[in-house]
Design a protein around this ligand. Structure first.
Ligand SMILES: NC(=O)c1ccc[n+]([C@@H]2O[C@H](COP(=O)([O-])OP(=O)(O)OC[C@H]3O[C@@H](n4cnc5c(N)ncnc54)[C@H](O)[C@@H]3O)[C@@H](O)[C@H]2O)c1
Length: 353
């Protein structure tokens, strides 16, 4: 369904920009373009740019989907920001700072910046949302997170996400671009909690991938694991300044389930490869880049220690990833340490943020 172009009163098309036309970027770009907005997307891969402009296809990231003709691709990053009401940042967290630093002083302060990335900068320890805010201190920023596997909503499967930011008017402006019959937004004013849910769930999804890779398909065990992972996410998040209840909604619980169970998740896939006996070097070779959950893990463990919040499940995952013990031992430790402690009212899992 293509709608007529959305225009400002007076007849000028409303411009939207996307930085990165990978899995998530192309899905969001096509969603917004199909909703009738004029969309300009930046992509560093020239082949992808040409194919979108000439054939309205992105066979690398979104095979088989005919793209809206409202979407244009470019290799000139500045073009994306020209008179844009909002620009969506959809490059993986590892590239955000380098990519955006190039236009740091060129972006008009009226443009709303919407971050979709869910990770930490390894060098600065800043989250992606914080990195965007630090590069563009004069712009309003919005965080988009929640269970939104690109491969699904790009094929019009029903999806509900959360937008978080300070100004309700900004959330409303961004929601207008996204909402349609199969894609809906909810609002939150806890951007820290919404972003941390997306970052932390990636880490625990690696664990679920490890169990899958070992053929451990017990629904009972997976449910116990995800429940306790969620509790740990809320404990860590609350100490980092988020509201605890934010984790028990779409951007916490919802995204934890989606990423842990999806066959499309890079983080879950890394867990499967680890269980298959591949080392980090080989995993990097196969995946191109190590997933964001792995990249965030050490920084989060460090922060948790500094904030005196215990993260025993994450610590054990780190030990398995680093070959200190086997997945099977992880599971027996999990049953002993976590389930039994929780039953006995043990400290770790009962801790309030
Ligand atoms: N894929 C999803 O379903 C999904 C859903 C929600 C959020 N996200 C988040 O969106 C972000 C992007 O995820 P993705 O799945 O689209 O990633 P992806 O691996 O598909 O990203 C590819 C993109 O990365 C950029 N890129 C690659 N190498 C680069 C380089 N050397 N320099 C600069 N840019 C480079 C390119 O623009 C390319 O479009 C992540 O932070 C992810 O957590 C993804």
């Amino acid at each position: 369904m293509h709608r007529g172009m959305v225009e400002y009163p007076g007849g000028k098309a409303v411009n939207t920009g996307i930085v990165g036309l990978g899995n998530m970027g192309i899905a969001i770009a096509n969603l917004i373009a199909s909703n009738g907005y004029k969309v300009t997307g930046w992509e560093h891969d020239g082949g992808v740019v040409d194919e979108i402009n000439r054939r309205h296809l992105n066979s690398r990231f979104l095979p088989g989907v005919a793209l809206s003709t409202n979407l244009k691709a470019t290799k000139e990053l500045g073009e994306v920001f020209e008179e844009a009401e909002a620009v969506f940042i959809a490059v993986p967290s590892a590239f955000i700072k380098d990519v955006l630093a190039a236009v740091k002083d060129e972006v008009g302060e009226e443009t709303i910046l919407v971050n979709l990335a869910k990770g930490l900068d390894r060098h600065t320890g800043l989250t992606s949302f914080q990195t965007v805010a630090s590069l563009f201190p004069r712009n309003r920023t919005v965080m988009l997170s929640g269970p939104s596997i690109a491969n699904e909503f790009s094929r019009r499967m029903p999806t509900v996400v959360v937008l978080a930011g300070r100004e309700r008017a900004d959330l409303t402006a961004v929601a207008r671009m996204l909402d349609n019959g199969y894609f809906r937004t909810r609002f939150s004013d806890d951007a820290t909690g919404v972003e941390l849910g997306g970052i932390l769930k990636n880490i625990y999804a690696i664990g679920l991938g490890m169990f899958d890779g070992k053929g451990i398909r017990s629904v009972n065990f997976r449910s116990a694991y995800l429940t306790i992972a969620l509790e740990e996410m809320a404990n860590i998040g609350a100490r980092m300044g988020a509201r605890r209840e934010t984790f028990f909604y779409l951007s916490g619980l919802g995204d934890l389930i989606a990423t842990s169970l999806s066959e499309h998740s890079h983080n879950r896939r890394m867990g499967e490869l680890l269980a298959g006996g591949f080392d980090l070097r080989e995993i990097r070779r196969r995946m191109g880049i190590l997933p964001e959950g792995y990249a965030a893990m050490l920084s989060i463990l460090y922060m948790a220690e500094k904030l005196h919040v215990s993260a025993p499940l994450m610590k054990n995952l780190w030990d398995v990833i680093n070959g200190r013990y086997e997945v099977e031992r992880f599971i027996s430790l999990f049953i002993q340490d976590f389930i039994e402690e929780a039953r006995d009212g043990g400290a770790d899992m009962q801790e309030e943020g």
